[in-house]
Design a protein around this ligand. Structure first.
Ligand code: VGL
Ligand code: ZN
Length: 197
């Protein structure tokens, strides 16, 4: 059994002072660093958007941040501009231990968002992470990071559907919580067979 820690999007823009700050986002950095030595592999994800990404409300004349928009792949929340490739906001939190085995970037295609570390928001375009995990013999995943109700949620559900044994350490996650999205995410993760601890 090979057990990996999957650290989701612990980036400046999701921490206090960032463009899409998650309340308490920086509080999880030290606990995540402390957990790393307990795992066989550590994988970081990085939200990594082009400056004109279609998930940005600024791209749509009639929209504000946190409005919804029907995209060709389904409904999408529109966000403040965040995690633009190569910017300080896209960098990992400066205190995060980045001595990881792999960094996987997602959301890099202009026309589609990717909450999950496994599939883009069309739920079919793979990021390549599944193949990496399988070829390394990783069967067990523990997820931590930001945000609980978006990228952690979708990554955990996809991982469970792919047959990995998945735990989310809720104490090492923080949520955006739009319109009860945290409660909905907890239900969806439990229904998918994810252990919340
Ligand atoms: C995320 C909204 C937009 C996340 C990323 O990491 O949860 N949320 N992009
Ligand atoms: Zn994003």
């Amino acid at each position: 059994m090979t057990h990996a820690l999957l650290v989701i999007d612990v980036q400046n823009d999701f921490c206090p002072g960032g463009a899409l700050a998650v309340p308490g986002g920086d509080e999880i950095v030290a606990p995540i660093n402390a957990m790393m030595e307990d795992f066989d592999a550590v994988i970081l994800t990085q939200d990594w958007h082009p400056a004109d990404h279609s998930s940005f409300a600024s791209r749509h004349d009639d929209k504000n941040p946190f409005d919804m928009k029907d995209m060709h792949y389904g409904p999408q929340v529109l966000w403040p501009d965040h995690c633009v490739q190569g910017t300080e906001g896209a960098n990992f939190h400066p205190d995060l231990n980045t001595h990881a085995d792999l960094v996987i970037r997602k959301g890099f295609r202009e026309g589609i968002d990717s909450y999950s570390a496994f599939f883009e928001n069309d739920q079919t375009t793979p990021t390549g992470l599944e193949g990496y995990l399988r070829t390394r013999g990783i069967t067990k995943l523990t997820l931590v990071g930001l945000a609980t109700d978006f990228c952690v949620h979708f990554s955990a559900v996809d991982a469970a559907r792919l047959g990995f044994e998945v735990t989310v350490r809720m104490d090492a996650c923080r949520a955006i919580d739009l319109d009860e999205s945290l409660a909905a995410a907890e239900t969806a993760m439990r229904d998918a067979g994810v252990t919340l601890s």
